[in-house]
Design a protein around this ligand. Structure first.
Ligand code: ADP
Ligand code: GLC
Length: 482
């Protein structure tokens, strides 16, 4: 049995800005199910303390680190048996806004210090120096916020093995040399083979250079990031470490995302009662002021409104899209210029386009269930969870062939008449390619029998964690015994 300290900056339902939170909740649960001893380590943001109150929080240690008083608290992930250790440093984490930036959208000025001290706490727990009488065999780190942990562990002769998972290489955790100088890190870390990155400090390099093993969240992305096009300047380092790099496809929480039991839906359905899916669509159309009709294909989009998600491709082909017999429902938040452009279109075409800005879990579930077609034209996509939720809800995705999208969505071609087809795939991130794929989807939507077959293909696929959690476990066992 492995003892796993799973360090993350977000975990659903305590705090979430994106897919990392979903994975940080569902992978530890799957590991627990495999008989492993896993504890999540999370910053105690104000909202986390508020939400964990109902489950119960107790203080388990008090630490003094670099002049900061740290209270280590323990709770459980709501609705599960997974233990969550909370790093409570009020001056760092109890703030309005999101984990990484303030209400004005700017990164917190002291992010380097916040996640450095968080890493120091992880280091002490990993070395069993906080009095928990529990030493992990594996420290599993996620994204740049935890990148310093493998680097700090490397300074100790007998440290637990570490895995670093890249959820998104575009966020490299970059800070100035001045910021590096403010942290109590050894001067030797300022080197291009360690934390230094073209004159700046990169937190993610700590994970990439020092972890015993690097994983990323889909097989295709693990190859893509070894090429300059997707490597964000780090492809050389990842190629150098390629013997210790693997792509493991994310699973999903099949209880949380189950159209048969989802409490957010107007009407639950499954493969045998697929006809009931339409009731969700009609209710949503009515509520949003769209023309109410089951025959008009409804296209859905849920996600962060940032460049990665291909929002500009959607905007670029909007005029042509508006000439087609279809509707568009969008939920998201992000860059103000995208928010504004989408809102303008919705105001001009209220019966065809509905845009909701902000973050809304219930609405995200309802869009997944109500739409016929789900748009994910991402420029790059390490894994992507929304296309997996869509597939499970019989909502066929239109995706750009990158990363996890390429690994999970397959279009039927003349050559491949297999039962694998479950969506629409375009190659080349252009608005024209996206529009052509949408047109293929809309024309197939009219062929009811073929459409239903694709829906059944999509809904039959197993996206649970069962297989992927075992792959992580195999890596843990390999590096612990190395
Ligand atoms: P990423 O992590 O890059 O944002 P993923 O597809 O992996 O992309 O995961 C996004 C997750 O965040 C999904 O669970 C999705 O439903 C959720 N999500 C994104 N934007 C919103 C929103 N505005 N409201 C509710 N949920 C959202
Ligand atoms: C990141 C990626 C997304 C992935 C998620 C969870 O946010 O952008 O593709 O699904 O992490 O691994």
């Amino acid at each position: 049995m492995q003892k796993i300290l799973f360090a993350t900056s977000e975990v659903y339902p305590l705090i979430k800005t994106g897919g990392l939170a979903d994975v940080a909740a569902s992978l530890p649960r799957a590991l627990l199910k495999l008989g492993q001893d896993v504890k999540i380590l999370l910053p105690a943001y104000a909202s986390v303390l508020e939400k964990a109150k109902n489950v119960g929080i107790k203080e388990i240690a008090q630490l003094e680190i670099e002049g900061y008083s740290v209270s280590l608290r323990q709770t459980r992930l709501p609705g599960t048996k997974v233990i969550v250790l909370l790093v409570d440093i009020p001056e760092f984490f109890e703030r309005e806004g999101n984990p990484y930036c303030g209400p004005d959208g700017n990164d917190w000025f002291d992010n380097h210090k916040r996640f450095y001290v968080f890493a120091r706490v992880a280091e002490l727990i990993a070395l069993d120096q906080v009095g928990l009488n529990w030493q992990p065999t594996i420290v599993h780190c996620n994204d740049w916020q935890t990148g310093l942990i493998p680097a700090l562990l490397s300074l100790h002769p007998n440290h637990p093995a570490s895995v670093f998972t890249i959820h998104n290489l575009a966020y490299r955790g970059l800070f100035s040399y001045q910021a590096f100088a403010e942290l109590n890190l050894p001067a030797v870390f300022w080197h291009h083979e360690r934390l230094e990155f073209y004159g700046q400090m990169s937190f993610i390099k700590g994970g990439l250079a020092f972890a015993d093993f690097i994983t990323t969240v889909s097989p295709s992305y693990s190859k893509e990031i070894q090429r300059p096009e997707f490597g964000n300047g780090l492809d050389g380092l990842i190629r150098y470490r390629s013997d210790a790099v693997a792509g493991i496809l994310n699973g999903i929480d099949t209880d949380e995302w189950n159209p048969g039991t989802d409490p957010h839906l107007t009407c639950n359905y499954n493969r045998r009662t697929l006809g009931n899916k339409t009731k969700n669509k009609l209710a949503l159309q009515e509520e949003l002021g769209l023309t109410v009709s089951s025959d008009i294909p409804l296209l859905g989009f849920v996600g962060r409104l940032v460049d990665q998600k291909g929002v500009d491709l959607i905007l670029e082909q909007m005029n042509q899209l508006l000439t087609l017999d279809c509707q568009l429902v969008i939920l998201g938040s992000g860059f103000p210029h995208y928010e504004k452009a989408l809102k303008n279109i919705a105001e001009q075409y209220p019966q065809k386009v509905a845009v909701t800005l902000g973050y809304n879990e219930t609405f995200a579930h309802r869009i997944e269930a109500s739409s016929d077609i789900f748009l994910m034209p991402s420029i790059f996509e390490p894994c992507g969870l929304n296309q997996l939720y869509s597939l499970r809800y019989g909502t066929l995705p239109v995706v750009h062939a990158v990363g996890g999208l390429r690994d999970t969505v397959f279009e039927q071609t003349l050559e491949s008449e297999s039962g694998e087809a479950n969506g629409f795939v375009f190659h080349g991130a252009t608005a024209g390619e996206l529009l052509a794929a949408i047109q293929r989807a809309i024309s197939l939507f009219k062929q009811k029998d073929r459409w239903k077959q694709l829906q059944l293909n999509a809904m039959s696929k197993d996206f649970s964690w069962d297989a992927s959690a075992k792959e992580y476990l195999a890596i843990y066992e390999q590096i612990v015994s190395a």
